[in-house]
Design a protein around this ligand. Structure first.
Ligand code: UDX
Length: 450
C-alpha cells in the first residue's frame, strides 16, 4: 500500500518505519528541512532502541523515503497519516494549528480518493474539523473528490516504541465507512499476530479512547504516589502493598510504581487537555484535576526529603554548600526525552535551595544541556559525579543504576546517603551495606524487609 506519514516526530517516524517494514511504500514528510536531510543520510533525530537499524534497512530496500514536499507525497499515497504535534495552548487545550494546516494542504493537492488518518492525539471532534477544512479547500478548487477521515490513536511507549507498534495490545480505528475500515484492517493485519485485537468504532469514541487510556494510567500513578506517601507516614511498605493489590486481576500490577511523578510528552499534556475539553462541555473533571495536582506535588517529594535531611534552615538558601549527585535526567529510561521530566523541577528546586548539582544520564545529557546550560555539572560516568557529593539522588530508573558497585559509591560520597525516587534497591540490603537509604513509601517505622 502507498502511505504518506506527515510529521517525523516519535509517532510518525516509528509508524512510518514499521509500515515500511511490513512491506508498504512509505513516504515520510516534515517541514523541517534539516531533519529530513539528516534522515535521508541516516541521522535519526531521536534515541529509540532499534529504530536506526530499521530506518536504514527500509531506506536501503527502497520502501522508506523522506521529503519536505507534502503535495507530491499526498498525490502518490492512498493513506495519509497526520502525525504532527498538538502542543498544549496557554489554556491547556490541544493546539490543532499544525493538524489543520496539513489537512488544508492535502485538500489543496489531492487528485483522487484519499484516506486522512488522525494519528496525533487530538481532542474529540477533531476529525470533523479536518473534514471541514478539506471540504473548504475542495470547494475553492470546485473539485469533487471523495475522501475519508479516520481516527487511529497511537498507544506506543517511548523506549519500547518499535515493539509496541509491531505487537500492539490493540489497534483502535474510528471510522464511519466500511470500505475505509477494510483498508485500515489490511494495513494493520501484519501487526495483529499477537492479539488480533483491532477494534473498529465510531470516530468520536476512538478520539476519546486515547485520552481515556492516558488519563486512566496517569490516575493509577497519582493514586499510587499518594498511597506511597501515606505508607511512609503509617509505617507501611508500598512495594508490599503493590504486590498485595496487584494480585487482584481487576487491578493488575502495571503502572502502580510510585516515584517522582509522571512526565513525558503525553500524560501531562493529555490530562490537561481532557480537563479542558470537559470544561468546554460545562463539565468539571474533578478527579483528573486532582491527578494533576498530586503529580505536581509528587515532583517535590524528593527535594523535600533532601532539604529535611541536609538543609540548614538558618540559611536563606538551606542547601548552600551541599552537592547533590543526580542519577537520571530523562523522564524515563531508554529515551533522551526531557519533555516534562520531573528532573527539571527537582534540579531547579535544588539549585534554588542553594545546592550544587552534578548529573549523569546515559542518553539525555545533550537535551538536558539545553535546559540547565552550565548551571549544573554533567558527566558520562555515573561514578565520577559522586566524588565529594553529600548525597546521591536517583531520579530515573535506568538499568545501569539497578546493580551498581555500592562499595564504590560509598567510597566516593562524603557520607553514605541515597535518596531513591524510583525504589531501585532493597532497604534491608542497603542497611547491611551501611547506607542511609530513603526510598519512596517504604521507609516506614514498622518496616520489615522480607
Ligand atoms: C505514555 C503511554 O504509556 C502510551 O500508551 C502513550 O501512547 C503515550 O504516553 P510514554 O509517555 O512513552 O507513554 O511513557 P510511559 O512509560 O507510559 O511513562 C510515563 C510516565 O509515567 C513516566 O514519567 C514514568 O516514569 C511514569 N510512571 C510510569 C510512573 O511513575 N509509575 C509507573 O508505574 C509507570
Amino acid at each position: 500500500m502507498k502511505i504518506c506519514i506527515i510529521g517525523t516526530g516519535y509517532v510518525g517516524l516509528v509508524a512510518g518505519t514499521c509500515f515500511a517494514e511490513s512491506g508498504n511504500d512509505v513516504i515520510c514528510v516534515d517541514v523541517d528541512e534539516a531533519k529530513i536531510e539528516g534522515l535521508k543520510n541516516g541521522v535519526i533525530p531521536i534515541y529509540e532502541p532499534g529504530l536506526k537499524e530499521l530506518v536504514l534497512r527500509n531506506c536501503e530496500e527502497g520502501r522508506l523515503s523522506f521529503t519536505t514536499d507534502l503535495a507530491s507525497a499526498v498525490k502518490a499515497s492512498l493513506v495519509n497519516f497526520i502525525a504532527v504535534g498538538t502542543p498544549p495552548g496557554e489554556d491547556g487545550s490541544a493546539d490543532l494549528q499544525y493538524v489543520l494546516d496539513v489537512a488544508r494542504t492535502i485538500g489543496r493537492n489531492m487528485e483522487s480518493f484519499k484516506i486522512l488518518v488522525d494519528k496525533s492525539t487530538v481532542p474529540v471532534g477533531t476529525a470533523d474539523k479536518v473534514r471541514a477544512v478539506v471540504n473548504e479547500e475542495l470547494e475553492k478548487r470546485h473539485a469533487t473528490i471523495e475522501f475519508d477521515v479516520v481516527s487511529n490513536p497511537e498507544f506506543l511507549k517511548e523506549g519500547a516504541a518499535i515493539d509496541d507498534f509491531m505487537k500492539p495490545d490493540r489497534v483502535v480505528i474510528g471510522t464511519d465507512n466500511v470500505r475505509t475500515a477494510e483498508i485500515m484492517k489490511e494495513l494493520y493485519a501484519p501487526f495483529m499476530r499477537k492479539t488480533n485485537r483491532l477494534i473498529v468504532m465510531d470516530i468520536r469514541s476512538a478520539e476519546m479512547t486515547k485520552y481515556a487510556a492516558n488519563a486512566m494510567l496517569a490516575t493509577k500513578i497519582s493514586f499510587m504516589n499518594q498511597i506511597a506517601n501515606l505508607c511512609e507516614r503509617m509505617g507501611a511498605d508500598v512495594s508490599a502493598v503493590r504486590e498485595g493489590i496487584g494480585s487482584d486481576s481487576r487491578i493488575g500490577y502495571d503502572f502502580l510504581f510510585p516515584g517522582v511523578g509522571y512526565g513525558g510528552s503525553c500524560f501531562p499534556k493529555d490530562v490537561k487537555a481532557l480537563v479542558k475539553t470537559a470544561e468546554e462541555c460545562d463539565y468539571e473533571f474533578i478527579l483528573l484535576k486532582a491527578v494533576e495536582e498530586v503529580n505536581e506535588l509528587q515532583k517535590l517529594v524528593l527535594t523535600d526529603k533532601i532539604n529535611l535531611r541536609l538543609g540548614d534552615n538558618s540559611l536563606l538558601k538551606p542547601l548552600t554548600g551541599k552537592t547533590i549527585a543526580i542519577w537520571g535526567l530523562s523522564f524515563k529510561p531508554r529515551t533522551d526525552d526531557m519533555r516534562e521530566a520531573p528532573s527539571v523541577v527537582i534540579i531547579n528546586r535544588l539549585l534554588a535551595l542553594g545546592a550544587k548539582v552534578c548529573a549523569h544520564d546515559p542518553e539525555a545529557v545533550k537535551e538536558a544541556k539545553k535546559i540547565f546550560g552550565e548551571n549544573i555539572v554533567y558527566s558520562n560516568n555515573q561514578y565520577d559525579i559522586l566524588k565529594g557529593a553529600d548525597a546521591l539522588a536517583i531520579v530515573t530508573e535506568w538499568n545501569e543504576y539497578r546493580n551498581p558497585d555500592f562499595d564504590r559509591i560509598k567510597s566516593l560520597l562524603r557520607q553514605p546517603l541515597i535518596f531513591d525516587g524510583r525504589n531501585l534497591y532493597q532497604p534491608s540490603r542497603m542497611k547491611e551495606a551501611g547506607f542511609e537509604y530513603l526510598p519512596i513509601g517504604r521507609n516506614g517505622r514498622h518496616f520489615v524487609d522480607i
